[in-house]
Design a protein around this ligand. Structure first.
Ligand code: AMP
Length: 400
């Protein structure tokens, strides 16, 4: 038992029908999977089930079929990629999730050690409604339940929540690794803890900032959202992305941070351009003197130095969101410099570093350090809700 949930080795898998909640919601173009990262992460759990002569019966959502059977969203099209990644033949089991008797027969007929993919759980409206009757039909297809889909754990759906309460349940190996990494990041971190939050807008990350200021010792705010904070402090931000109507929110967050002894670290210099375009001319300004016609698109070198010094003082770092418009050169410089510094401190054994969220993963990949942090979560929504301090229904359900 780890933090209240069972792990895979604590479940009897031998000759069992194991319902494995996977995240097979992978990008597909022309019927082919274009990025199999999510499938790759499932392989250790699938192999473990197969090794014990269990049947690995994969359950997942795919796209948004809106509760109806829609061939465009059939999971049959990902079976080949699952077979390629696991090196094991994969059978597809069709069902409309209204009557599962045919699925039951197909599962019973499959030999021990089979890998099967069940049809899209969202073909039935009960999936997103966390409907107990649908969960019971799902449960009738298995002897036990394993959840290896952290990225879907922020949703209380039938296959992630209700079902977990109906069968002996455990976290899969990928889920366990993710939960352990997150626990080291914010659950029981080694202090001091620094968080970096960047990205475009404050409005999408208010809950995140409010939670972090009570938990971390230093909070770096970068990217477009830093402009709102600078504006709230009385600085002119020219034509930069800035949510002026959120100045009060920014001030409230800064007050809360002060009371909680959390140092807010904002940019002190800014890379400014006059066009939101790659390789457009730039000039460096102090944040108290930004050109009224310019746009802040990245942190300047003094800010980077300050952020890196804060990282040097920290034992733990959590990171979501780029600190500049990193998709366009040269506005990637701040994000890249900080990412490389985080990688080095991690490599040298001084830092536990946990990062996540869609843009953050691409920014780290762009900096060439995606595999050099302690843990990089590819879960978008679930990672953010975890950073916001919210309980994840799919994880909570495993704890009973
Ligand atoms: P988010 O999805 O909220 O994490 O935001 C990520 C996006 O914020 C990326 O596309 C960045 O290009 C963008 N971004 C970061 N800094 C800035 C900035 N100073 N001005 C405009 N956009 C930015």
């Amino acid at each position: 038992m780890s933090d209240g949930f069972k792990t895979l080795d604590q479940l009897d898998l031998t000759n069992k029908r194991v319902l494995l909640r996977a995240d097979l919601n992978v990008p597909v173009a022309d019927g082919k999977v274009t990025d199999a990262t999510r499938i790759e992460r499932l392989v250790p759990t699938i192999r473990e089930i197969v090794k014990k002569d269990g049947k690995a019966i994969l359950l997942s959502h795919f796209g948004r079929p809106k509760g109806k059977v829609d061939p465009e969203f059939s999971l049959e099209q990902v079976c080949e990629a699952v077979a390629n990644e696991t090196g094991h033949p994969v059978g597809f089991v069709a069902t409309d999730w209204v009557d599962v008797s045919d699925a039951q027969k197909a599962i019973d007929a499959a030999p021990a050690g089979s890998v099967l993919v069940l049809e899209n759980t969202r073909f039935h409206p009960g999936e997103e409604e966390n409907d107990i009757e649908l969960a019971k039909r799902m449960a009738s297809l298995g002897d036990c339940y394993v959840n290896d889909a952290f990225s879907a754990a922020h949703r209380a759906h039938a296959s992630t929540e209700a079902l977990a309460r109906l069968l002996p349940a455990a976290a899969g190996l990928a889920m366990e690794a993710e939960l352990k990494a997150l626990e080291a990041g914010l659950g029981k971190p080694k202090k001091p803890v620094v968080a970096i939050v960047g990205g475009a807008k404050v409005s999408s990350k208010i809950d995140l900032l409010e939670n972090l200021v009570t938990k971390v010792d230093g909070l770096v705010i970068g990217g477009g959202m830093a402009n709102t904070f600078l504006f709230a402090q009385g600085h002119g931000v020219g034509k930069s992305l800035c949510e002026k109507d959120l100045a009060d929110t920014a001030r409230r967050i800064m007050d809360k941070a002060e009371k909680a002894n959390c140092a807010i670290i904002l940019p002190i210099d800014a890379v400014v351009s006059w066009h939101f375009k790659a390789n457009s001319p730039t000039r460096l300004y102090g944040v108290d003197a930004v050109d009224p016609d310019g746009m802040i698109l990245d942190m300047g070198p003094s800010s980077i130095e300050r952020v890196n010094a804060a990282i040097d003082d920290a034992h733990t770092l959590v990171w979501n969101g780029p600190v500049g418009a990193f998709e366009m050169e040269p506005f990637d410089a701040g994000t890249v410099a900080i990412a490389k510094h985080v990688a080095k401190r991690t490599h040298d054994g001084h830092l536990v570093s946990v990062a996540g969220g869609g843009d953050t993963v691409s920014a780290l990949a762009h900096a060439g350090v995606k595999d050099q942090l302690t843990y990089v979560s590819t879960a978008g929504g679930a990672f953010l809700e975890w950073m916001e301090g919210k309980p994840l229904p799919g994880v909570e359900a495993l704890k009973n």
